[in-house]
Unconditional design. Structure first.
Length: 250
């Protein structure tokens, strides 16, 4: 099954983008080839950019505080596993304190003059070539273990944000209840009657060879399946498609 996710507000959209960037950062930082490490550095700079454009830190802390309050209210609720709840509340407190005590995300990276000069050049087409940045080329030809250690040092200040983001998205995803549905002639519509969700998750069998185009508001969820052959724009599917849908909200 292939999973597709659709954010229902800009806050969740930003969190999903940050998650995507962290996944890419960790993957390429583990490699040994200098080309892998260039992608890792570019991704690290992308994370700094998104944190500058959106106040990710403040939004994440507000999310955790809201979740902590809601979960604490369940302590005396019948059927609630208090040990599991206390463990989750302790985890929320730990990651929240780490992010709150950090200050501006990635400030030490911005203060690094060499990284700052590289950040300004690496986004230019060919701007990171040896003829333009000999100091960067000198770093690229260093032993792989040296470069990996440098990357770990530069990534470390971003980890409190990663742990916070991962916990928020885990709580949100776990709140969803996946159910089977059928898209008649490739289309599915569900009336909501004013109820809102933060995240929609759609699973579809890879054998169908389709992907969903999703939209939602407080009135309706709309899922339309299409095919893509990489030559023309996506084409709507005319056959019935079975899929699973989870509506997530906290």
């Amino acid at each position: 099954m292939i999973l597709y996710e659709y954010p229902c507000n800009e806050r969740v959209r930003t969190l999903l983008r940050v998650e995507y960037l962290f996944d890419r950062l960790f993957f390429f930082a583990q490699g040994e080839d200098p080309h892998f490490h260039q992608v890792a550095l570019t991704t690290l700079f992308d994370l700094l950019d998104i944190c500058e454009r959106a106040d990710v830190r403040t939004a994440a802390l507000q999310d955790l505080d809201r979740h902590r309050t809601a979960l604490a209210a369940l302590r005396e609720h019948p059927g609630v596993d208090r040990q599991t709840l206390d463990t989750l509340l302790e985890e929320i407190q730990t990651v929240s304190a780490a992010l709150a005590g950090q200050g501006r995300i990635g400030q030490c990276l911005r203060d690094n003059e060499w990284l700052a000069s590289l950040r300004g050049r690496i986004s230019m087409p060919g701007g990171s070539s040896p003829i333009d940045l000999p100091s960067y080329y000198a770093w690229q030809v260093k032993p792989a273990d040296v470069r990996i250690q440098d990357l770990r040092h530069w990534i470390e200040p971003m980890l409190p944000l990663y742990r916070t983001m991962a916990l928020i998205l885990q709580l949100l995803r776990d709140a969803g209840d996946a159910r089977e549905h059928t898209a008649s002639q490739g289309a599915y519509q569900e009336m909501l009657g004013g109820k809102t969700f933060q995240l929609l998750r759609v699973w579809v069998d890879s054998q169908h060879g389709v992907f969903p185009e999703i939209s939602a508001n407080k009135y309706v969820i709309w899922v339309r399946f299409s095919t893509q052959d990489n030559e023309v724009k996506p084409q709507p599917v005319g056959a019935d498609v079975t899929f699973r849908l989870a509506r997530c909200n906290l």
